[in-house]
Design a protein around this ligand. Structure first.
Ligand SMILES: Nc1ncnc2c1ncn2[C@@H]1O[C@H](COP(=O)(O)OP(=O)(O)OP(=O)(O)O)[C@@H](O)[C@H]1O
Length: 123
């Protein structure tokens, strides 16, 4: 029982370590993620400039997280596709396109949230 508990805890600690390693790899090697991080940082500057409210910060951070999450998963799908089928393949192209389409959903959501927050402050 005690050993089960220890392996449960050490298993969770290992998972968090792997997840942090993945976070480091994504944010240091993947250009799409680095680009999104730069945009997110720029949006933070804009947020401070316009002194947005706490609720607006929450929506902005949520939108940013949504886009980064979708982009990260899209990157993982691309890597799997490239590993399984490095040559041109119509089915792989379709899978990559729909994975990118999911990022577009997140991006549209973020753009609409950004428009709701900032358009009234600009015009
Ligand atoms: N092996 C393949 N077979 C068929 N079409 C492919 C293949 N690889 C890529 N494509 C097509 O090219 C598009 C871009 O794929 P790619 O993997 O270069 O993504 P990307 O968005 O440019 O990624 P990144 O900029 O993160 O490297 C895909 O959405 C798909 O339409």
């Amino acid at each position: 029982m005690n050993q089960e508990k220890t392996s449960f805890i050490s298993g969770r600690i290992k998972s968090v370590t792997y997840a942090l390693k993945g976070f480091y790899l994504l944010t240091t090697t993947e250009h799409s993620i680095i680009t999104q991080l730069i945009i997110s940082a720029a949006m933070c500057v804009v947020g401070f400039y316009f002194k947005i409210s706490s609720v607006e910060w929450m929506f902005q951070i949520f939108a940013t997280g949504l886009v980064l999450t979708a982009e990260g998963l899209n990157t993982a799908i691309e890597k799997i596709c490239d590993y399984l089928q490095p040559s041109f393949d119509k089915k792989i192209g379709f899978i990559k396109d729909i994975a990118a389409g999911a990022v577009t959903f997140a991006a549209f959501t973020a753009i609409i949230i950004g428009a709701i927050i900032y358009l009234p402050k600009i015009f």
